[in-house]
Ligand binder design. Structure first.
Ligand code: NAP
Length: 276
């Protein structure tokens, strides 16, 4: 079973490795993969109103086992007025076939609506029991401060952000802020999306392969373990093939320090990379 850790301020034990659901290609394959992931303990399931068809597939996958799942969805910035957020949440709940989300995120901030207004809607959704915790995604430190302040007594559960071996930008400011404020960090695109995983011929790819061989793991498992080495971080790889899900389930282990140091060297932090 995949190790679990407390998710930010929620007190809920959430698996270190969860499941993403963006860009699903085949409904049947995605359904089988999601269910296989749940069976393996990958019960943190991430979706969004933006991901066409994804909420319906997730709804099918979790049918009859809602209580096992830590369910996350997101409102689009253009819908994130007070009324728009309430309506978008209702529609997500319908597509997911459930009466509650564990965390509801503002997908990103594009200035369409004040962050405070969206957070006010989040508070209302929490008070009505439709959402357990509020979260955000793609937020920098200033936006995090604003969201946290606007939520008042309601706690900010997480910031979901881009995080993979070639994009470690969050480590400079966002991750330290989240750590200080007890906000979970959820790393998305941990494999760099579809074609972003380091090639075996590259310097980084060779380092991954060497560590993987030594530890009896695969390079992707080592990558997931590296990204989740900080106790505040969770990862949500997307996989539509059952064998990929099975492999990813083995990525939540503790890497020895020498392996962390070697990867740190092979994939150096390059400040300024990414959008944060
Ligand atoms: P990702 O998880 O980095 O990579 C997904 C790709 O890796 C897919 O092509 C998948 O193939 C492949 N893959 C997965 N496991 C594999 C394995 N063990 N071996 C070989 N290939 C493997 O990319 P992502 O979908 O961009 O990110 C993950 C999730 O984060 C998304 O699905 C979404 O839920 C979330 N996300 C959030 C935001 C945001 O703005 N908040 C942005 C992007 C993503 P198969 O599908 O064929 O298995």
């Amino acid at each position: 079973m995949i190790p679990k850790r407390p998710f930010g301020p929620t007190g809920v034990q959430v698996p270190v490795v969860g499941q993403g659901t963006w860009q699903l290609r085949d409904r049947r394959a995605a359904l089988d993969a999601l269910k296989a992931g749940l069976d393996l303990g990958m019960t943190h399931v991430d979706t969004a109103e933006l991901y066409t068809g994804s909420e319906q597939v997730v709804g099918e996958a979790i049918q009859g086992r809602r209580d096992e799942v830590f369910l996350v969805s997101k409102v689009l910035p253009r819908h994130a007025s007070f009324e728009g957020t309430m309506k978008a949440c209702e529609q997500s709940l319908q597509r997911l076939g459930t009466d509650r989300l564990d965390v509801y995120l503002l997908h990103w901030n594009d200035g369409s609506h004040p962050i405070g207004e969206t957070m006010r809607a989040m508070g209302e959704l929490i008070d009505s029991g439709k959402v357990r915790w509020a979260g955000v995604s793609n937020f920098d430190v200033d936006e995090l401060e604003e969201a946290k302040g606007a939520l008042g007594a309601h706690r900010l559960a997480c910031n979901q952000v881009l995080y993979h071996l070639e994009q470690r930008g969050i480590e400079s400011a966002v991750l330290p802020w989240c750590r200080r404020n007890k906000v979970a960090v959820v790393g998305y695109s941990p494999f760099g999306s579809t074609n972003g995983f380091p090639s075996p011929a590259s310097k980084g790819g060779r380092a991954l392969a060497e560590i993987a061989k030594r530890l009896g793991k695969t390079p992707r498992q080592v990558a997931l373990a590296f990204l989740s080495r900080d106790p505040d971080v969770f990862v949500i790889p997307k996989a539509e093939k059952v064998e990929h899900v099975q492999e990813n389930a083995g990525g939540g282990f503790a890497l020895p320090k020498d392996a962390i140091d070697a990867l740190d060297h092979a994939f150096p932090m390059r400040p300024g990379l990414g959008f944060l």
